[in-house]
Structure formats: structure tokens, C-alpha cells
Write a protein that binds this ligand. Structure first.
Ligand code: NAD
Length: 488
């Protein structure tokens, strides 16, 4: 199966056709830096064509009853599931993951797709009382129109499902721009949806460099809603570009997530969860636990356990490995430079902090699991999302001090506490300023039926997925019926 990668040529997919452009860029396997595909880079003309195609196809799609749209999306999920091994192999290669992890992500994508396919039977509005005796009122959901979806590379299959399925079930036409680092799985999934019956012009994929085509997409006159998953830096740019024409915008951005380990916690369990939170998927999770805050009484013993967990982690993409490489060389260099600056400023690297140089890893974009202590709360490394396997340790003497540190962040996506105290758990869930609070596990993301999102620089207040995603992809219309009892 792997031989076919050398021949992969990925183009934009518009109206069901591959639209080729002359300019190309390599798609690299992050595990060994080898080229696995050529990406044909979309230009302004291709963006234009995708937008026109989506606009032309949208109203007919919206006229198909939502239940029927759901049946088509269920068929697409069945197709993706049936081809799960192939999709997982593509994801493993383009994103640098163990096949077992990629398979887990394929399963998560299918689960998310099925949830939204089912929403075709539940696109509820509300019926409401009115102030007049002869008037009744209700709300109905209508599609926004053309949805521009821009996604990140970290978990490409779920990222696709998280946005494409809710946008489609609501009756929108889609122009998707996947990450240029992971274009192959997006092409594969889009083709499966079209094969399952999504009309070709309703789902279009623009493959290109974010810095080039992203602004054209976010600001395009045909776009009614922009939904973006990615960094806070790019999210701000998109908000500005889309804001000019008052488009609806949903931003799912970064995190610098805190885990609080109390002095009454089960420390083995806490260390296990801290390692999973900080390092799984090479720390490339918006929900990754990168600030581990520990009460003074257990700091030394927790640190020992946590560092031991990090040192025992196996890097690579074979099954049984804990995590793989980060997505590209630029990302790796940024992290190494950030760790070096933190060290220069007086922080101590307890383990890791380097590019992995073991045979079999040194050609890939591997960062060793890194734990840092002694960085002040307002240091660059404490405040900036690095999106890699790097965690900072902080020592605190009391619960209130810990909570203040948890909340002292530009981000507010996920948070977690380890404690046996019911009172502390409840208090933490009330006072942690984040979109997600977890007690006695890891900092993690959402299930498909749960709304996920954060406060401050982690987003702009919307929530996806869950039924709350329907609010992103629909407009509400109030409908009033006025009767005239005199005419009965
Ligand atoms: P990124 O912001 O660099 O890129 C994300 C997407 O935006 C890519 O498709 C990219 O091509 C595109 N893009 C780049 N420049 C653009 C521009 N100027 N205009 C429009 N689009 C542009 O992010 P990344 O490195 O791919 O992903 C990592 C980030 O994503 C992290 O910050 C992470 O926290 C975040 N993320 C958030 C969530 C969430 O649900 N909150 C989930 C996953 C990842």
C-alpha cells in the first residue's frame, strides 16, 4: 500500500473534479522527512472557482430535506468506516502517527459524522408563547449559505468531520481548506462524501498554502460563515478579514492548559495523566496540559514520578510507541528555540529539550518529551502555546494561589484538577476560567455530542461540535402565524 504514496498528486477538488495548478509543494512524512505526495497549490482563480461552484450548488442542497441529507451523510460514514484502514494509513503517513493512533482518529471522525448525520432528524427550532391571543410563534433553522472551513493538521480526520458534517447537515455548501501539511486525508474523505451522494458542487476542497489562499477565502464575498480551527495568531487575522464584511465567524484556537495536582491527589495517577496530557500526539493538541501546577507538599515526589514517566516514553510511529514527531521542521525549530530562551532566562530543563537523535528518528521532526521548572508565570514559555511535547512545572503553597495561577493565562481552553477532596473539585470546577474542567483525569477535548471551546484567546465564544455547532452553521428565523378568530 505504501508504494502508492510516491505517486500521490493532490489537487483542489471542485465540483467533484480535480483542478490542477502548475505550482506544487512537497508533502512530507514527519516521521522521516521524506516526500510522500505533491500538493498542487491553489491560487486566486481556483479559490474563485470553488466559491462560485459552492454558491451555485447550495440552494438545491438546502431544499433536500434535512432527514435525507442525514441519510446521505450516514452513507458517507459507512463508506469511511469500510475504508477505515486505508484512511488510517494515509493519516499515519501524512501526520506522523502510529497506525493504532490513526485508527483511533478514524473511529472518532466516523462517530462525529454519525452524530451530525443524526441531527438531520433533530434540527429543532422552538415554539414560543406570544403576547397576543391570535398569534403563534416558532423559530426554524436555515443554512447560512456558503461555509468556509479552515482546519489544522494535528488530527486531520476528526478535524474534517468536526466541521464538514455539521456544515452539510445544516444545508450549507462547503469550501474546505485543510492544512497544507495534511491534505491527503481531506481529499480522501471529501471523495467518500461525494461518492456517498453529497452533490459534487456542495463540497469543495481548496488545497493550498494558508498564508496565500487563507485570506482570500476568509474575506471572500460569497462566504457567509467562516469556521476556523488553528492558532490564535491566524484566528485573529481571520476575524479581521471576515469581520470587514460582517461574516459569521467561529474560532477554535489555542490553549495553555493547566493541571493542578493537590497534596491529597493519587500521585501515580496524576503523573500518568500529566504525561498523557502533555505528550500524547506529541503535545499537538489544543487541549494539551502544558502547565502542571503542584502543591508544595507533594512537589518533589510528583516531579520525580512525572520525569520518570517522560523518560520512559517511546518515540516513533510503530504500534506501542507513545508519540510521534511534530508536524514539520518549522514547528520543531520554534520549540527548540523557545526552550533555549527559557533556559537562558533561568528555567531548568529537567528532561528533554532536544531534537531526538536516535537512529530511526533523527531524520524526522522528533522532539524529546520535555519538562521545565523554574519559569515564572509571566515568562514567555509560560504564556505561549508551543503545540509540542513540552510541559512546565510550577510549585504553589495553597489552593487559592494554585487557582490564581491556573487562571493567569492568555488562554482558557481546558483545565484539570487531581484531588480526593469533593470540596476542592467542586470549587475548582466553579472557579477555573476555562471552557472545559476535568476532575481526576487529563486535559482533554470533547466528545462529538459535547460542546468544546474556550474563553479569552482560546476562541471567540462559539462552541463546536455538539448540538451547539448547529448554532454556528444555521441562521434562526422567527415565524409568526396570525389567525383571525372572526373568520372561523
Ligand atoms: P495554523 O493556525 O498555523 O493553521 C491552521 C490552518 O490555517 C491551516 O489550514 C493553515 O493553512 C491555515 N492558515 C495559515 N495561515 C492562514 C491565514 N493567514 N489565513 C487563513 N488561514 C491560514 O495552526 P496549526 O499549526 O495547523 O494548528 C495548531 C493550532 O491549532 C494550535 O494553536 C492549536 O491549539 C489549534 N487547535 C485548536 C483546536 C480547538 O478546537 N480549539 C483544535 C485543534 C488545533
Amino acid at each position: 500500500m505504501l508504494d502508492r504514496f510516491s505517486a500521490i498528486d493532490i489537487s483542489s477538488l471542485i465540483g467533484g473534479e480535480a483542478v490542477k495548478s502548475a505550482r506544487t509543494a512537497p508533502v512530507l512524512n514527519p516521521h522521516d522527512g521524506r516526500e510522500i505526495a505533491r500538493l498542487r497549490l491553489a491560487d486566486a482563480a481556483i479559490v474563485e472557482r470553488a466559491m462560485k461552484t459552492a454558491r451555485a450548488a447550495q440552494s438545491a442542497w438546502a431544499l433536500i430535506p434535512a432527514v435525507e441529507r442525514g441519510r446521505i451523510l450516514h452513507r458517507a460514514c459507512n463508506l469511511i468506516e469500510a475504508r477505515g484502514d486505508e484512511l488510517s494509513a494515509l493519516v499515519a503517513k501524512e501526520a506522523g502517527k502510529a497506525l493504532a493512533h490513526a485508527k483511533g482518529e478514524t473511529g472518532a471522525a466516523v462517530l462525529c459524522g454519525r452524530f451530525f448525520a443524526g441531527e438531520g432528524q433533530r434540527l429543532f427550532g422552538r415554539t414560543m408563547p406570544t403576547g397576543a391571543p391570535n398569534k403563534s410563534a416558532m423559530t426554524v433553522r436555515e443554512p447560512c449559505g456558503v461555509a468556509a472551513l479552515i482546519t489544522a493538521a494535528n488530527t486531520p480526520a476528526p478535524n474534517f468531520a468536526w466541521k464538514v458534517f455539521p456544515a452539510l447537515i445544516c444545508g450549507n455548501a462547503v469550501v474546505l481548506k485543510p492544512s497544507e501539511d495534511t491534505p491527503i486525508s481531506a481529499d480522501f474523505m471529501a471523495r467518500a462524501l461525494i461518492e456517498a451522494g453529497v452533490p459534487a458542487g456542495v463540497l469543495n476542497v481548496v488545497q493550498g498554502l494558508g498564508a496565500e489562499v487563507g485570506p482570500l477565502i476568509a474575506s471572500h464575498a460569497e462566504v457567509d460563515v467562516v469556521s476556523f480551527t488553528g492558532s490564535t495568531r491566524v484566528g485573529r487575522m481571520i476575524a479581521r478579514e471576515a469581520g470587514e464584511s460582517l461574516k459569521k465567524v467561529s474560532l477554535e484556537l489555542g490553549g495553555k492548559n493547566a493541571m493542578l495536582v493537590c497534596d491529597d491527589a493519587d500521585l501515580d495517577k496524576a503523573a500518568q495523566w500529566a504525561a498523557a496530557s502533555a505528550f500524547s500526539n506529541a503535545g499537538q493538541r489544543c487541549a494539551a496540559g502544558s502547565r502542571i501546577i503542584v502543591m508544595a507538599g507533594v512537589y518533589d515526589i510528583f516531579r520525580e514520578k512525572f520525569v520518570a514517566k517522560a523518560k520512559a516514553m517511546k518515540l516513533g510511529v510503530d504500534d506501542g510507541c507513545d508519540f510521534g514527531p511534530v508536524i514539520n521542521e518549522r514547528q520543531l525549530s520554534n520549540m527548540l528555540a523557545a526552550v533555549a530562551r527559557a533556559e537562558q532566562a533561568g528555567a531548568r530543563v529537567l528532561t528533554g529539550g532536544k531534537r531526538a537523535d536516535a537512529p530511526g528518528l533523527r531524520d524526522g521532526f522528533y522532539m524529546t518529551p520535555t519538562i521545565i521548572e523554574g519559569a515564572p508565570a509571566d515568562a514567555e514559555i509560560s504564556c505561549t502555546e508551543l503545540f509540542g511535547p513540552i510541559a512546565n512545572l510550577y510549585k504553589v503553597s495553597a489552593f487559592d494561589e494554585a487557582l490564581a495561577l491556573v487562571n493567569n493565562s492568555p488562554y482558557g481552553l481546558t483545565s484539570c484538577i487531581h484531588t480526593k477532596s469533593f470540596d476542592r473539585a467542586i470549587e475548582f470546577s466553579r472557579r477555573a476560567s476555562a471552557g472545559v474542567v476535568v476532575v481526576n483525569a487529563g486535559t482533554f477535548g470533547s466528545e462529538p455530542h459535547m460542546p468544546f471551546g474556550g474563553v479569552r484567546s482560546s476562541g471567540n465564544g462559539t462552541r463546536e461540535p455538539g448540538t451547539e455547532a448547529l448554532d454556528v452553521y444555521t441562521e434562526l428565523k422567527d415565524v409568526y402565524f396570525i389567525t383571525e378568530p372572526g373568520r372561523l
